[in-house]
Design a protein around this ligand. Structure first.
Ligand SMILES: Cc1cc2nc3c(=O)[nH]c(=O)nc-3n(C[C@H](O)[C@H](O)[C@H](O)COP(=O)(O)OP(=O)(O)OC[C@H]3O[C@@H](n4cnc5c(N)ncnc54)[C@H](O)[C@@H]3O)c2cc1C
Length: 337
């Protein structure tokens, strides 16, 4: 008989795991989502997918899995707007030039950088180029969820899990609004809310909300061919001609409002890096909460002391990129039980 796997959280991580597990007959998969699929960080994200040595081995492995995932999502009918391309990282100071030249990207001197991206600030000293890709995260999470459902998974939206139900040191299921849903295995993928379910079950989990803000800009024409990254900020030119500017990293609890200071900083960065953006119309602004861990690494694997509880959270700034490898790791670990 198929083992029932209950996944708490219908963000990109929970949905990617559901999509992966629902391909196997041995699981019956149920996703419990308190709001709607992708309601929080997973649809809010910018969609920059940037692997590389600095971002660790997991990110490179996940990057390689993306084309295959995108192919599998095609029958869902949702275009996830996956584009393979490059990022350009301009050096505006001597120190930045030294750091970027020492990195693993292709270095462009000042003239080359300005030739390849004519809208870059005249004060660039040069730039490093790395391979990257992008998606539209709101579309990706919907496509992944639809594919999981088409493969037999059940997704319960508006179904908040109040607590994990334990008996004799094992998880028996989850408590929802209309009773207990029995489970052989539970995967906790509830983003920054994960500790509120893990802690009462005696599972220590240091995941905190980290607010990120974004602004959409509508330039008059093409200002950037590539995505641009600079320190913690980035510009992502989208297929519809808009440019998404991100992002802040703020420790403000569960406050997911965009603020004047946050958006002001992003606009200042955008105009400094690409001066023609000063003329762009400012569109939507928004914010969401990333699940952040103290060391910046995600938590993927069995919970200490509760062998049938799996943790899949803490993906911080790279949860969209890391979704495929997370789903694969969880599937491998469950298969080894
Ligand atoms: C501004 C911003 C920009 C970003 N840009 C990028 C980017 O360019 N590239 C990239 O790779 N990553 C990016 N990220 C990071 C990425 O969005 C996150 O790492 C990722 O979305 C985390 O996914 P998740 O499924 O773990 O969490 P979430 O999307 O938060 O999903 C968790 C879900 O669990 C549900 N939930 C919580 N508690 C319960 C409960 N008790 N019962 C039922 N459901 C529950 C929530 O409603 C939520 O839908 C960005 C994030 C932000 C905020």
């Amino acid at each position: 008989m198929a083992a029932t796997v209950v996944i708490v959280g219908g963000g990109i991580i929970g949905c990617a795991i559901a999509e992966r597990l629902s391909r196997e007959d041995r699981y019956r998969v149920v996703v419990c989502e308190q709001d709607t699929v992708g309601a929080h960080a997973s649809s809010a994200a910018a969609g920059l997918l940037s692997p590389g040595a600095e971002r660790g081995e997991l990110s490179s492995r996940s990057f390689e899995l993306l084309p295959e995932l995108v192919q599998r999502l095609k029958p869902s009918g949702v275009d996830v707007e996956f584009r393979v391309g490059e990022t350009i990282s301009p050096a505006l100071t001597v120190e930045e030039e030294r750091r970027l030249r020492a990195g693993d990207g292709r270095w462009l001197d000042q003239d080359e950088a300005r030739r390849e991206e004519p809208s870059l600030s005249p004060s660039v000293r040069g730039a490093a180029v790395h391979r990257a890709a992008q998606v539209t995260p709101g579309r990706l999470v919907q496509a992944v969820a639809r594919t999981a459902v088409a493969q037999g998974a059940e997704i319960r939206e508006g179904w908040p899990v109040a607590q994990l139900v334990l008996r004799s040191g094992r998880l028996r299921g989850v408590q929802g609004p209309d009773g207990v849903l029995a489970a052989d295995l539970v995967v906790l993928a509830a983003g920054p809310w994960s500790p509120s379910l893990a802690s009462p079950a005696g599972v220590p989990l240091d995941v905190r909300p980290s607010r990120g803000q974004l602004a959409m800009l509508h330039p008059r024409g093409l200002v950037l061919r590539r995505m641009l990254t600079w320190r913690h900020c980035y510009l992502v030119p989208k297929p519809d001609g808009t440019v998404v500017a991100g992002s802040t990293e703020e420790d403000v609890g569960f406050d997911a409002r965009p603020t004047a200071a946050g958006i002001g900083m992003l606009l200042e960065f955008a105009v400094r890096a690409v001066p023609p953006l000063s003329d762009a119309a400012v569109g939507r602004t928004w914010a969401a909460l990333r699940p952040a861990t103290p060391d910046g690494e995600p938590v993927i694997g069995p919970a200490p002391g509760l062998p049938n509880l799996f943790l899949a959270t803490g993906h911080n700034r790279t949860g969209i990129l890391l979704a495929p490898i997370t789903a694969q790791l969880v599937a491998e670990q469950l298969a080894a039980l």
